[in-house]
Design a binder for this molecule. Structure first.
Ligand code: 7TS
Length: 416
C-alpha cells in the first residue's frame, strides 16, 4: 500500500491566481472543467516568463550562450517526463503539440508503414475522437479493419467482448486509460496483455490519466503512450508521445523539415536519430520549459495524493448530486472505478441550458458531447453536463454545483 497524505488545498489554491477571480455578475469562479483543460499555477507562469525574459533562443542549432541554455532547459524537461512516467530512456520521449498530435504520429508514422489491408486495429466505444478519427482515416486509405470494444451500460468496457475481439489479426490496440466523457477507468494493463499475447502493438491515450494518477508506462505494458501538458497544469500546445525505442527507430517520421534530418541533398534525405526524427521544425520551446515546472509541481504533491484527493471529491460529488432532484448520473457507480469526472443530466433541461445557468452562478462545467459522440450514442442522449475535478477543487465547490443545479430546477420548473 502506498501511503497518501491529504493535500493542503488552501495552500494549493493560493498558487492559482485565476481561482481568485469573479465571473458572471461578481460571483466567485468555481472551475469544474478540468477534463477540458486545467488551470496553471504561478510556478508555471513564472517559468514561462523567466524563459522568455532570460533564455529565449532557438534550440539545437546555435553555438551562442542563449541557444545552449534553451537547449539545456528543453532537453532537461525530456528527462523530467521520463522520470514522471517511468520510461526507460529520455530519448523515448517525443514532444508534440498534444495528445491529438501524438496519436496521429503513431497512426501515420507507425500505422502507414506497418499496417496493410486486412489487418485489424482495435479501439473502444469510449474513445475521444482523437483516438477514433486517425484510425478511420487509416482504414479508408489502407483498407484495414477497425473494431470497437463495446461499452457496457455503466460506462465500463465489455471485457468479455474484448477477449473475443482481440485475436490473431489484431495488429494494434489503441485505448484510452480513462474516459473523458464518463470518467471510467479502463483496465489498460489487462487489455494490453491480451493484445501482446497476439503480438499486437499497444497505444494508450493517457490524456486523462497522466494528470490525475501515477503513470508507469512500463507497468501498463504499452508500446506508445500519449498525453497533453495543458490538462496537467502546463501550457497549451505541448504534448508527449512516449514510445519503445525499438518501435520509434523502426517507424517513419510524419513531418519533414528542419531539425529532423541527418543530411539533405537535392535527391534525398536521411533522418536524424530518435527523438529529433519526430520533432521537425522549431518546437514549442517555452511551452516545454513551462511543462517542466508543471511536472515539478505535480511531483512535489505526489501523484498518489492527487488521486486520493480526487477520489474523495468525486465520491462526495456522486453522493451530493444523487440528492438533487431530477439528476441522472452516467458512468461507473463507484468513485473508485472512475477518475474525477461526473457526467450527468437534469431531467427535462438541456445540458447546454444547465451549463449556461450554472455559469451565472460562477460554476464552470462543460456541456456537450465531449468529443466522444459514440458514448453519447450508446447512452442515447445528445449531450451531457460534465463536472471534472482537480487538485484545487473542494467539497464547498461541489456544494456550490449542487445548489446551482437546484436553482436551475426552480428556474426551469424542473424536478423538485
Ligand atoms: N484523449 C482524451 C481522453 C481526451 O480527454 C482529450 C481531450 C484528448 C484525447 C485530446 O487532447 P488534446 O490535448 O490533443 O486536445 N479532452 C477534452 C475534453 O474532455 N474536453 O475538452 C478536451
Amino acid at each position: 500500500m502506498v501511503q497518501t497524505h491529504a493535500l493542503d488545498i488552501s495552500k494549493i489554491r493560493r498558487d492559482f491566481p485565476i481561482l481568485k477571480r469573479d465571473v458572471a455578475s461578481g460571483v466567485p469562479l468555481v472551475y469544474l472543467d478540468n477534463a477540458a483543460t486545467s488551470q496553471r499555477p504561478v510556478q508555471v507562469i513564472a517559468e514561462l516568463t523567466r524563459f522568455y525574459r532570460d533564455h529565449n533562443a532557438n534550440i539545437h542549432r546555435g553555438v551562442h550562450t542563449l541557444s545552449v541554455e534553451s537547449t539545456e532547459l528543453y532537453e532537461g524537461v525530456r528527462e523530467k517526463v521520463r522520470a514522471f512516467i517511468n520510461a526507460p530512456e529520455a530519448r523515448e520521449v517525443i514532444f508534440t503539440s498534444g495528445t491529438t498530435a501524438s496519436i496521429n504520429l503513431v497512426a501515420h508514422g507507425w500505422g502507414r508503414k506497418f499496417l496493410s489491408a486486412g489487418d485489424e486495429v482495435v479501439i473502444s466505444e469510449i474513445e475521444h475522437h482523437s483516438n477514433i478519427v486517425p484510425w478511420q482515416m487509416l482504414r479508408d486509405s489502407l483498407g484495414i479493419e477497425l473494431k470497437y470494444i463495446p461499452m457496457l451500460p455503466d460506462g465500463t468496457l465489455d471485457m468479455d467482448a474484448a477477449r473475443e475481439l482481440i485475436g490473431p489479426r489484431t495488429k494494434l490496440l489503441s485505448v484510452t486509460a480513462m474516459s473523458n466523457a464518463l470518467g471510467s477507468i479502463v483496465p489498460v494493463a489487462e487489455l494490453s496483455a491480451l493484445a501482446k499475447a497476439q503480438g499486437a502493438v499497444v497505444v494508450v491515450d493517457a490524456a486523462q490519466h497522466a494528470p490525475h494518477m501515477p503513470l508507469d508506462v512500463q507497468a501498463l505494458g504499452a508500446d506508445f503512450v500519449a498525453f497533453s501538458s495543458h490538462k496537467m497544469l502546463g501550457p497549451t500546445g505541448v504534448g508527449v508521445l512516449w514510445g519503445r525505442m525499438e518501435l520509434l527507430e523502426a517507424m517513419d517520421p510524419f513531418m519533414g523539415g528542419g531539425d529532423m534530418i541527418l543530411s539533405v541533398t537535392m535527391e534525398q534525405s536521411t533522418w536524424a536519430d530518435v527523438p529529433s526524427k519526430f520533432e521537425a521544425g522549431t518546437p514549442n520551446i517555452g511551452g516545454v520549459v513551462g511543462f517542466g515546472a508543471a511536472l515539478d509541481y505535480l511531483s512535489a504533491i505526489g501523484m498518489h495524493n492527487v488521486r486520493a484527493h480526487e477520489l474523495e471529491i468525486t465520491d462526495y460529488a456522486l453522493r451530493r448530486l444523487a440528492d438533487v432532484p431530477g439528476v441522472t448520473i452516467f458512468g461507473p457507480e463507484r468513485a473508485e472505478d472512475r477518475g474525477g469526472v461526473v457526467s450527468f443530466e437534469l431531467e427535462r433541461i438541456h445540458p447546454h441550458d444547465v451549463g449556461q445557468v450554472l455559469d451565472s452562478y460562477g460554476v464552470a462545467i462543460r456541456a456537450g458531447h465531449h468529443c466522444a459522440q459514440p458514448v453519447m450514442a450508446a447512452l442515447k442522449v445528445p449531450a451531457t453536463a460534465r463536472a471534472s475535478f482537480y487538485i484545487y477543487n473542494t467539497r464547498d465547490e461541489v456544494d456550490a454545483l449542487a445548489s446551482a443545479l437546484e436553482s436551475t430546477n426552480r428556474m426551469f420548473g424542473g424536478a423538485s
